[in-house]
Design a binder for this molecule. Structure first.
Ligand code: ANZ
Ligand code: ZN
Length: 898
């Protein structure tokens, strides 16, 4: 049993060699390829999602290094966050020691997994050396006007006892119970069947009014939206999620004068063409005018209060304020409502109600007895069901004064010139709420002074360090007098320190820059180095971050550019979002109790399996049987090398035989295929190619004593192409083969000769072997004696190419027969032309006759070995007695079996 390969036996040795040789250290002067996996939250354990994520980056980083690149492949810790704080309460410890223990554990697991990181660049976000730069950047953002301190109605999670950013609120479907399935079922009840919950603990969120810190990400809404079009290295899926999240909407504002007051209401609409159909104005409960009216009128105040604090009410609930406003185009005076369906933070927080053409306005008008005035008519002959149902499609304008007869789209353009109308773009994106009322995060570097307002902590006083942790209800920072009480940096009077900490997504918005110069003491990162090195060449992570992290990181990068700290506005060139690892069809996770620990099956078996199971983007199912295939493959590779290098089992031959050329060429083809697959992250194909080389080498060696040169080359190539996936095994094999140095630093294998048509060549051999199998089956030949493979006449290749190149609409037979060389073959040519014409759409590119013939001559041994027959390869002749010649075609030799 000691013959087999055991990862555990060699792991420590190779690790110490890698470390001694500094294999994974990126040179500070070079221009490395930057390969990054999203750094993990410090939960204490690597789960299968991490393992998949980091195996992908590791295999790719190793591949690039062997291609001769300098590679930057760092790792760090997203170490702030609420779970550590909760763990501290549960285990009666403090978040820092807890986090440190977790980090030690995770680093060890990563080493066992063989991930080759440049640990000299390790970055930990809860270190004052790191978070002081969060504070420094906050200060720069503040000076640049990118920070707001505002009273806002915010999402509050009662369980986490903190506010949440919009992006951290998820929508969760709830069981509606079915009891209220009333006759109004046609009314859209989508909203009523879901609740907003905290992304972390799924507790329903409530609303609170609090003074909060925001980053003005909306200043970049347009650019973040535009930039998505150019992100060719990102999946369309993620880009679309970001597009929707940013929610750019083009439309117009229409300004209504409020009757008898010195006030106006701007409404936002995307259907300016329906403006003449406006029969009321509706305000969101949080609209300034609604708030103002509430101070004057008790019924308004009660209604506003009810909507804001009550459960989701009727979609059609609303209150006529008694105030009226003048329509800028019709001059009519319209009633102003406060309505629950108008949202505070969409558009301007006010709408013009167009009951004839909008579902919600229609439902509202029905309930409140408001007029329905049609101003758009269908043009396709279909009738509108007004006033019973709104007509919501585009059409032709009517009842719209000088705009009558215009199509909707044209009217929207023209109406922009009308008085009281202004083109307007809105976004769904809100500013990024970064305050958290929790301990384990970066203190916001601000002091509140009664005289001076809020004052930034001066740079030389950074970092503002977290005080010692205490167990308390609420925010431990509030409980620390020593922390809170300070002097105002401006006037020196007693003042109060801000006790909110930053959202941890701030930490992860720029960590990729800190890796470039992790010890720098004068700035968060080295600007010149960053400009040289960015964007990140490959960034790998799960797609649950499509809007949070991946939007923030794009925002930060742009903001840093505008601060003059960076020149590269888009941080990530190629983004790989890995799919989910499933177990019994469910996401593998600890909470579901179906998690498999990375070490359960051995580190390298796990690496090999997760890469072989599917393309990185795809989800895949963990199956023990397939895992064992990965184990077996390592043993086979090991056995193959060992039987040659360490025993007398396999001798070597010194003279060249024809079938050696096949091995040479097939190695070239395999290397070409594997290289292309690594470039495209198709590790699953790499692994099936590796299975292929193993089969080939075993077969070659069984057929005849191996010819030393190509056989050893095969073993060396195999070792190098498997090394990025199973790095410890790679080193073992490399040293068994007597090679100098480390395989981690070896050069990537290259084909000896160009093999541009490797796919066609392999397919041809494969198809022909299959055809022979088919024929022997059908004809019932058990033990064929002789197999004849006949390669077609050159003129057929010519005809074939002409047919392939021919215009798809042309008469193919005519085009082929117009060639004099083809035509000279008379009837045989006409027959062949008809044949290829019929198959035209499916004609694959073919090799030339010489290459085909050579290929079959090299592959003869495969036929001999499989069928135990003699094999003859020959060229078809124009001799009328050559029966097989008629059947032979390019890409399909004629076959005769005796
Ligand atoms: C008049 C109108 C007429 C509208 C019509 C639509 C159809 P979508 O449709 O998703 O692009 N709206 C504007 N601000 C709102 C707010 N704060 N709360 C709720 N609804 C609001 O969104 C744009 C439309 O949503 C706007 O165009 C407006 O209704 C409504 F036949 O204005 B429309
Ligand atoms: Zn002061």
């Amino acid at each position: 049993m000691s013959q087999g390969y055991s990862h555990g036996r060699v792991q420590e040795y190779w690790q110490s060699v890698w470390e001694r040789e500094g294999v994974y250290r990126a040179d500070d002067a070079s221009d490395p390829t930057y390969v990054l996996g999203m750094f993990p939250y410090t939960s204490g354990e690597l789960h299968m999602g991490h393992v998949r994520n980091y195996t992908i980056t590791d295999a790719y980083a190793r591949y690039r290094r062997m291609q001769g690149d300098d590679v930057l492949h760092p790792m760090g810790w997203d170490a702030f966050g609420l779970p550590a704080e909760n763990a501290a309460y549960d285990r009666d410890t403090d978040p820092r020691s807890w986090t440190e223990t977790c980090i030690t554990q995770m680093r060890e697991e990563m080493e066992t997994m063989g991930f080759g990181y440049d640990w000299s660049r390790e970055v930990t976000t809860c270190d004052p050396d790191y978070y002081r730069w969060n504070q420094w950047l906050f200060t720069r953002f503040y000076e640049a006007g990118l920070v707001d301190y505002e009273a806002a109605t915010v999402n509050w999670c009662p369980d986490c006892e903190t506010v949440l950013a919009d992006a951290q609120v998820a929508t969760k479907a709830v069981d509606s119970g079915g009891a209220d399935d009333d006759a109004d079922a046609d009314v859209d009840t989508e909203d009523a069947e879901s609740v907003e919950v905290c992304w972390r603990c799924e507790t329903p969120v409530s609303q609170r009014d609090l003074d909060q810190w925001f980053f003005r990400i909306t200043d970049y809404a347009d650019e973040l939206h535009e930039g998505l079009d150019d992100l060719g290295g990102w999946s369309e899926g993620v880009r679309e999620i970001q597009r929707n999240w940013i929610g750019r909407r083009e439309g117009a504002t229409v300004t209504f004068d409020v009757d008898g007051r010195d006030a106006t209401v701007d409404v936002f609409t995307t259907r300016l063409d329906t403006v003449y159909g406006g029969t009321f104005v509706a305000l969101a409960p949080g609209h300034d005018l609604a708030r103002e009216l509430a101070t004057e009128d008790e019924t308004v105040a009660q209604y506003v209060d009810m909507v804001r604090n009550g459960p989701d009410g009727e979609r059609t609930s609303g209150l006529d304020t008694g105030v009226r406003a003048t329509h800028p185009l019709t001059g009519e005076s319209l009633p102003v409502y406060v309505a629950a369906y108008v949202l505070d933070d969409v558009g301007t927080g006010a709408v013009m109600g167009v009951p004839a053409h909008n579902e919600r306005d229609h439902a509202f008008a029905r309930t409140h007895d408001l007029p329905v005035e049609q101003v758009v008519e269908p043009v396709d002959g279909s009738g509108a069901n007004l006033p019973d149902e709104p007509f919501t499609a585009d059409g032709m304008l009517t009842g719209s004064g000088e705009y009558d007869g215009l199509a909707s789209a044209a009217a929207r353009e023209r109406l922009l010139d009308a008085d009281g109308v202004e083109a307007h773009v809105t976004y769904r994106l809100r500013d990024w709420l970064i305050s958290r009322q929790r301990y384990w995060g970066t203190p916001i570097p601000v002091v509140h002074c009664d005289d001076c307002g809020h004052v930034l902590v001066p740079d030389e006083d950074l970092p503002v360090e977290l005080p010692a942790f205490v167990q308390t209800t609420g925010n431990p920072l509030d409980a620390s007098d020593e922390f809170v009480r300070t002097a105002c940096p401006d006037c020196g009077q007693p003042a109060r320190r801000e006790t909110d900490t930053m959202d941890t997504f701030v930490d992860s918005s720029w960590y990729f820059l800190r890796f470039l110069s992790p010890q720098l003491e004068t700035a968060p990162f080295d600007t010149d180095r960053a400009n040289d090195l960015l964007p990140i060449d490959v960034y790998v992570g799960g797609d649950e971050h499509a809007v949070l992290h991946l939007l923030y990181i794009r925002f930060f990068t742009r903001a840093l550019c505008d601060l003059g700290l960076l020149d590269v506005r888009e941080p990530i060139d190629r983004l790989v979002n890995q799919g989910t690892v499933l177990y019994d069809g469910e996401k593998m996770s600890k909470s579901k109790g179906n998690a498999i620990a990375p070490h359960e099956y051995g580190a390298e078996t796990t690496r090999l399996f997760v890469l072989s199971a599917a393309h990185p983007r795809q989800d895949f199912e963990w199956t023990a049987k397939k895992v064992s295939t990965s184990y077996d493959l390592q043993q086979q590779v090991y056995g193959l090398v060992r039987s040659y290098t360490e025993s007398d089992e396999v001798a070597a031959r010194d003279e060249h035989a024809p079938h050696d050329t096949y091995l040479e060429r097939e190695l070239d083809r395999t290397i070409a295929a594997i290289t292309a697959d690594y470039d495209r992250f198709r590790f699953h194909r790499v692994v099936s190619e590796i299975h292929g080389v193993v089969r080939l080498l075993r077969r070659y060696q069984a057929y005849d004593t191996p010819y030393k040169y190509p056989y050893e080359r095969g073993l060396r190539a195999l070792t190098r192409v498997i090394a990025p996936i199973t790095p410890f095994l790679g080193e073992e094999l490399w040293s068994m083969l007597g090679e100098d140095g480390l395989v981690a630093e070896a050069r990537w294998p290259e084909p000896l000769q160009d093999v541009p048509d490797y796919r066609i060549e392999r397919e041809l051999v494969r198809k022909t072997l299959e055809d022979v199998r088919g024929i022997t089956d059908v004809v019932g030949i058990d033990a064929p004696e002789r197999i004849e493979l006949v390669v077609a006449q050159p003129w057929k290749y010519r005809a074939y190419e002409i047919a392939r190149d021919a215009d798809p609409d042309a008469a193919v037979v005519g085009t082929v027969m117009a060639d004099s060389e083809v035509k000279a073959r008379g009837e045989a040519a006409a027959e062949f032309a008809a044949d290829v014409a019929e198959q035209k759409p499916g004609l694959e590119p073919a090799l030339d006759p010489e290459t085909e013939q050579a290929l079959f001559e090299q592959a003869t041994w495969l036929f001999e070995e499989e069928f135990g027959a003699d094999v003859v390869v020959r060229r078809a002749t124009d001799d009328p007695d050559d029966d097989l010649a008629r059947k032979a075609r390019p890409d399909k030799p004629a076959i005769h079996i005796d």
